[in-house]
Design a protein around this ligand. Sequence first.
Ligand SMILES: Nc1nc2c(ncn2[C@@H]2O[C@H](COP(=O)(O)OP(=O)(O)OP(=O)(O)O)[C@@H](O)[C@H]2O)c(=O)[nH]1
Ligand SMILES: [Mg+2]
Length: 432
Amino acid sequence: MEERLGEGASEDREKAVLVSVRWGETSPGVAENSLQELRSLAETAGAEVVGELLQARHKPDPATFLGKGKTAELGELVDSRAADLVIFDQDLTPSQQRNLERELDIKVLDRTALILDIFALHAHSKEGKAQVEMAQLRYGLTRLTGRGVELSRLGGGIGTRGPGETKLEVDRRRINTRIKTLDRELNSLSRVRKTKRKRRERRDVSTFALVGYTNAGKSSLLNALTDAGVLVEDQLFSTLDPITRSIDLPGNRRAVVTDTVGFINHLPHQLIEAFKSTLEEVREADVLMHVIDVSSPAMRRRIDAVEDVLEELGASEIPTIYILNKCDLLGEEGVEDADDLPGGVLTSTVTGEGLARLLERMSAIMATSVMVSATIPHEEGELLSLAYRRGQVLELHTDERGYHVIAEIPRELLHRFEIFMKEGGDGLENGS
Ligand SMILES: Nc1nc2c(ncn2[C@@H]2O[C@H](COP(=O)(O)OP(=O)(O)OP(=O)(O)O)[C@@H](O)[C@H]2O)c(=O)[nH]1
Ligand SMILES: [Mg+2]
């Protein structure tokens, strides 16, 4: 499968022309970065980039996204470079995509379709494949109008068509049936994952989840810290299936670290939705390790993009260690704004710099405890047992409102208790 990743002879690879539109307020630097990212995405998907077109506009043309003149120019570029497809950096509406395909007589993809394609290429596990298919179907469903020909091969077989139905309705029904099947499959796979996680929780191990922009070095870091032997590649979205390894930390502490799928600017919503079981590993982690490529000029925007996704996952309250990775690529001047990132640790998985400090930091986070006073509703009894297992319960009484508890818990668990704590915040820091 990996042969498709740009290694084949160049004539086997699809030739792509990239198009990006710079909106009024976007700076040229940001637009160039974005186009460069699209280039990596296209190459990761196995395409050869044979041309690029950038247009500045105030708003997209409702029919063809680009203006008339630019569309004609694009047509000429496609012809002169003998391109096989055009990839837009922005998302197109189904009708813009259709109009462009008709006008240019060529396959037109948008950024979301391209990212979905890479995910499809990199999905190996049963769960990964099912999640990608789910995202693709959801994406396809919104573009079904008039494009039934391509989508019809996704569904069941002859004999599903009822009298008087149009092809479109049949396609829609097939897709919905398949989505339902996948949903069931994913739910049962997600239960397996949950059981594994519960078993870990019962063993009282803290869980750290690596998060970050794609290609930041998350898998490299897991390998460097634990000899995990995870595939590391200079391409986007190498890792899709989460992998968990245990780790010994200074001070005789044990924890587990999970490496999971990377994020990107405008991570397609269908993917976040479909990968919810994989991304649970992030949401349920005690501590996040946000890996940042400090050598990237787009570092700030990438941090924001990652934080947006974390927010969407409901994971933004989880304590976070910022890891400024690839510091071996920095010049003398270092990173200017590293100080704004609380607890940032500079690391390099190439030279090993900072790794010992990172382990210390992880251990220190586990050693800090806080006092909480909370009223935990009866149906959240799990939380009470968590306080018993991982902390020390100092006072407990029960009434119809729930369990009134005063406990000393590891700081990393505070966010789980916070919503049940009384106003005025009684999370007092103890320890280091
Ligand atoms: N120079 C340098 N390169 C690094 C460092 N860490 C990782 N890399 C390189 O960065 C690329 C991406 O590394 P990965 O570990 O696959 O990144 P990832 O965050 O897991 O990426 P995805 O799984 O694709 O989201 C690889 O080519 C690594 O060799 C580092 O500290 N310094
Ligand atoms: Mg990875």
